[in-house]
Design a protein around this ligand. Sequence first.
Ligand SMILES: [Zn+2]
Length: 396
Amino acid sequence: MDMGHIGATAGGGVGRLALTDLDRQARDLFVRWCQEAGCTIRIDRMGNIFARRAGSENDRPPVMTGSHLDTQPLGGKFDGIYGVLAGLEIVRTLNDAAVRTRTPIDVVNWTDEEGVRFGSGTLASAVFSGLCELDDALARTDLDGNTFASELEHIGYAGTEPVGGYPVAAFFEAHIEQGPILEAEGKTIGVVLGAQGQRCFKVTVEGEEGHAGTLPMERRRDALVAAARMIDTLNAIAFRYEPHPVITVGAIKVRPNSRNTIPGQVVFSIDSRHPDNDLLAAIAEDMQQSCGRIAKDMQLALTFEQISERATNIFDDRCIASIRNAAERLGISHRDVYSGAGHDACNLTHYAPTGMIFVPCENGISHNEKENARPEDLAAGCDVLLHVILEHAGVV
Ligand SMILES: [Zn+2]
């Protein structure tokens, strides 16, 4: 709740974009809390902050946990922040109980998870995991032309440590579910098996412009009417597969976008996601053929282009099992889930054995000022995270 004051919005949420003065204040507070808990701080060239609680054998690879402190413009107090502060809570708990671990524990704040300003989410963990070049990331610009590097410099978090390149024993991220499943089923812990795959498309429908008053209906080649039929069909396709994929048309551009001209061209986006990569490919084929049939019936030209593809991320078997076992041992209800959203942990699967713990959030609402979670659920997630970390870090 103290962290939530930094960038608090009128609607009860948080607006704390990455690499702004508010982000700096949140980082400063996190660093102060970690130092008060006896941690040493390292900051790498992407501004990722690592707060280390030393173990008894400090040349061993650390067990790492954390998430992100940045938010959407109208975001909530919990998305990301929970995972960072859950890590801090574990450090404090180990201090209180005078427990010493064998390997060090690193609590991490990944820079710019949300990707609001610089166009690409989970950017700093992508560089850490070797999925994106450091120089490319630092050269990215926001809409005002400021570079990532200069904004990092501006808030005083352009660190000197190399980004990644050293072994990590395991990475765990605790996060609110951002969906309604756990709450609906009355389960407290989501054991995340992986994050679903995603394919995005750009669809261009070419018709012909004409006068809205003079061209008879039967002679029109209206690209927007065709696009409307396609969008309705795409929505219906999602219900034809079990379990349902999610299919979203969220952006649309009409040319010339004039009240009294028949639309000659429409470009729209498709975002499709499913945990099964083969099914996702079959759905893509289905979507393309269905749109193609509509275009043909209406004598319009169609371009159906895939613009991005991300395969399903599968988390590490041993990490998944230790999360499930910890919940079981603690008598906390749990179920296996897939993540609908992307997370820093998805990048980390390419770097170290990785696992993720979900806790319920109210009505499944996230990326929204109303985002909320119950203290007892957040505490249960911390408990599971603590036990998982102790298992991997070893108790002296
Ligand atoms: Zn998040």
